[in-house]
Design a protein around this ligand. Structure first.
Ligand SMILES: *Cc1c(COP(=O)(O)O)cnc(C)c1O
Length: 390
């Protein structure tokens, strides 16, 4: 074998290890929820995105089983061929109703929804403007679209305005996360909409972490901020607060028809299993009606923030179930995550390149499935903040 090769994979892997940025996977063996099991040991779980505790809800599980009995497992084809079942269609109608928009369209994953929307709306004569901290799928979607690609400072409407003022493009699309996945803060949507309107740009919100959690009935960040009508493109996922799998885009009749005709990640892929859509119909109904889940989350969030602050941790500006503890150093974040694990508590250390250099953090996520005693146990395991952040 050649000693040097263009595909010298080992060197890049070794470098990632040296930087304490090597990723490994846990083999879990329990339903998502307040606990998980890894290698036969039980842990309190503070790293899932199952914010409402629906991933293992008996009615959601039952809906999946019933639909599988009725219609089988695989959808058999893409939506445009013959994979679009009555369950998919009913879910789209319910998602449109929940988000107060004429129509909604299901995608197999959030990553694909973002690639699909941006790719269908933009081309070379266009420009896309993205928050610096947008999710990787939005960044990739912007780059892949071929449009001019600009990033503005995080949650900074002035920075966006400066970028838009310099832009000369056919279509201008501004994209932001509704709630930022690694920070937990929400976008200032009214201010961003004002700037977008002034420059004849469209707004798109990826609400993967807001849908189910924020707003009356959990219908999302734009509704919570009373700007839903100003955002023509609303995207959210179903694998987080809804506890199932998949994603959707909601908007006008013309937007949805455009996606059906032109969004390649919609057209050229197999439709999600119809039983997953049936399960999501159930979790969507629970999301809208069981307000106590959001109220419980609010209480758990307040409890955690009070406790972590008292123990000397640096919290981030987050009112959502994403409650990162800023550590800074990659190795220190890993070490703290390891210490928690020894005590039976799972919290993931998030390191660059997922977050900017020097901002490694423990990403604590809370769920309505947790009890106040679980948060107490997390705080006890955390102990005082490590002195390296003094
Ligand atoms: C998780 C996530 C996605 C991707 O959604 P999947 O359905 O998991 O592919 C997209 N955007 C944001 C902001 C996310 O957090």
């Amino acid at each position: 074998m050649a000693a040097t090769s263009a595909f010298d994979l080992e060197t890049a892997l070794a470098e990632r290890r040296r930087l304490h940025r090597y990723r490994t996977r846990l083999n879990t063996d329990a339903p998502a929820g307040r606990e998980t099991v890894v290698d036969g040991r039980r842990y309190l779980n503070f790293c899932a995105n199952d914010y409402l505790g629906l991933a293992n809800h008996p009615d959601v599980v039952q809906a999946l089983k019933q639909a599988a009995d009725d219609i089988g497992v695989g959808s058999g084809a893409s939506h445009l061929v013959c994979g679009h079942s009555r369950f998919h269609h009913a879910l789209e109608e319910q998602l449109a109703d929940a988000t107060g928009r004429p129509r909604a369209l299901l995608f197999s994953t959030g990553f694909m929804a973002n690639l699909g929307v941006v790719g269908a709306l933009l081309d070379k004569p266009d420009a896309v403007f993205e928050d610096k901290l947008n999710h990787a799928s939005l960044i990739d979607a912007g780059l892949a679209s071929g449009a001019r690609f600009r990033r503005y400072l995080h949650n900074d409407a002035d920075s966006l305005a400066a970028q838009l003022a310099r832009a000369d493009a056919r279509r201008k699309l501004v994209i932001t996360d509704g709630v930022f996945s690694m920070d937990g803060d929400a976008a200032p949507l009214a201010a961003l909409c004002d700037v977008a309107d002034a420059h004849d740009a469209w707004m798109m919100v990826d609400d993967a972490h807001g849908f189910g959690v924020l707003g009356e009935q959990g219908v999302g960040t734009p509704a919570a901020q009373q700007v839903a009508a100003r955002i023509p493109v609303y995207m959210a996922t179903l694998g987080k607060a809804l506890g199932t799998f998949g994603a959707f885009v909601a908007g006008s009749e013309a937007l949805i028809e455009t996606l059906i005709q032109f969004a390649r990640p919609y057209i050229y892929t197999t439709a999600m299993p119809p039983a997953v859509a049936a399960a999501t119909l159930k979790s969507l109904a629970i999301m809208r009606t069981e307000t106590w889940r959001r109220e419980k989350l609010v209480a758990l969030i307040a409890q955690f923030r009070r406790g972590a602050q008292a123990q000397g941790y640096t919290l981030m500006d987050s009112a959502t179930p994403i409650q990162p503890l800023l550590i800074g150093d990659d190795a220190a974040a890993l070490q703290l995550s390891g210490r928690l694990r020894e005590q039976g508590v799972l919290v993931s250390a998030i390191r660059p390149p997922t977050v900017p250099d020097g901002t490694a953090r423990l990403r604590v996520t809370l769920s309505a499935a947790h009890a106040p005693e679980d948060v107490d146990a997390l705080l006890a395991a955390l102990g005082e903040a490590p002195s390296s952040q003094d």
